[in-house]
Design a protein around this ligand. Structure first.
Ligand code: 5BU
Length: 278
């Protein structure tokens, strides 16, 4: 087992040089939360209301900014203010997947100017290393971090086997900017010979497909519990969307608060058990 699986989040700060990775680990430790809430709603008011409620319980807020129908740039300003007020990082789940030149433009420009406000973003490895070259030309000077999609939570995902291994190799070759993976388990040492010194590399693993009350949805999503994800699979951050704000876009604030607290507690308990300090 990789030795840092038993390290605390704060001990692991020293394993990273990227400022976004360090900030995320520090936030997790400070707030005793490895919970990321994915706020997938289409109205600004719902988006901000949910974040105001869950803010105290999360290390990270994940966005899909392009699904917000009444988007304008003031939303970004408000999101940034909430991230300072409640002490969380921001992760735009953009899943870039084009040639380097195009992803650099998509990341820096357009309506959303993602690089200007999102501490962390992600990319599909499918174009090869050039997707990292393009994104890092924008993000690295700003101190941003990138996650590669090494695996997905959906039924029938094609990101398996040698594709996943290639994703890890791409990350390994770009450690200044690639801070880890979206995956369902730890990726350390994948594709390396047994006993290789590189096998101790510390990548962050952020994991969607987390739910306590459902096993999936009607569109191929599959859920595992925080315990399965953090303790059994060694992942670092649980990503939860509808498990927290339900089917009604978080209309009941007390229910949203309760669920955020519940997932935070479950994720943290699983981590404490993992490092042996429960
Ligand atoms: P849910 O409501 O907890 O199912 O939302 C999960 C979120 O994580 C949603 O925003 C997805 O786009 C995102 N996600 C995922 O579910 N599975 C994946 O493999 C990846 C992202 Br990558």
């Amino acid at each position: 087992m990789a030795p840092f699986l038993k390290q605390t989040y704060s001990q692991r700060v020293a394993n990273h040089s990227n400022p976004a990775a360090k900030a995320l680990l520090e936030t997790i430790e400070r707030k005793r939360s490895n919970l990321c809430v994915s706020v997938d709603v289409t109205k600004k008011a719902d988006f901000l209301r949910i974040i105001e409620i869950v803010g105290p319980y999360v290390c990270l807020v994940k966005t899909h900014v392009d699904i917000i129908e009444d988007f304008d740039f003031s939303l970004v300003e408000q999101l940034k203010e909430l991230s300072v007020k409640h002490d969380f990082q921001i992760f735009e789940d953009r899943k870039f997947a084009d040639i380097g030149n195009t992803v650099a433009l998509q990341y820096s420009s357009g309506v959303y100017k993602i690089a200007s406000w999102s501490h962390i973003t992600n990319a599909h490895p499918v174009p090869g290393p050039s997707v990292i070259t393009g994104l890092s030309s924008v993000g690295l000077p700003l101190g941003r971090g990138l996650l590669l999609l090494a695996e997905m939570s959906t039924k029938g995902s094609l990101a398996t086997g040698s594709y996943t291994e290639e994703a890890v190799r791409m990350a390994r070759a770009n450690r200044d900017f690639v801070v880890g993976f979206i995956a369902q388990r730890r990726m350390d040492g994948l594709g390396l010979a047994e006993g290789s010194s590189e096998a101790n590399e510390d990548f962050l693993v952020l994991t969607p497909g987390v739910g306590l009350d459902a096993k999936g949805d009607s569109m191929g999503q599959q859920y595992r519990t925080p315990r399965e994800v953090v303790l059994e699979s060694g992942c670092d951050v649980i990503i939860v969307g509808r498990g927290i704000y339900g089917k009604d876009n978080g209309a009941n604030p007390e229910a949203v608060r309760e669920q955020a607290e519940r997932y935070r507690a479950e994720g943290w308990k699983a981590y404490q058990e993992r490092i042996g300090s429960d």
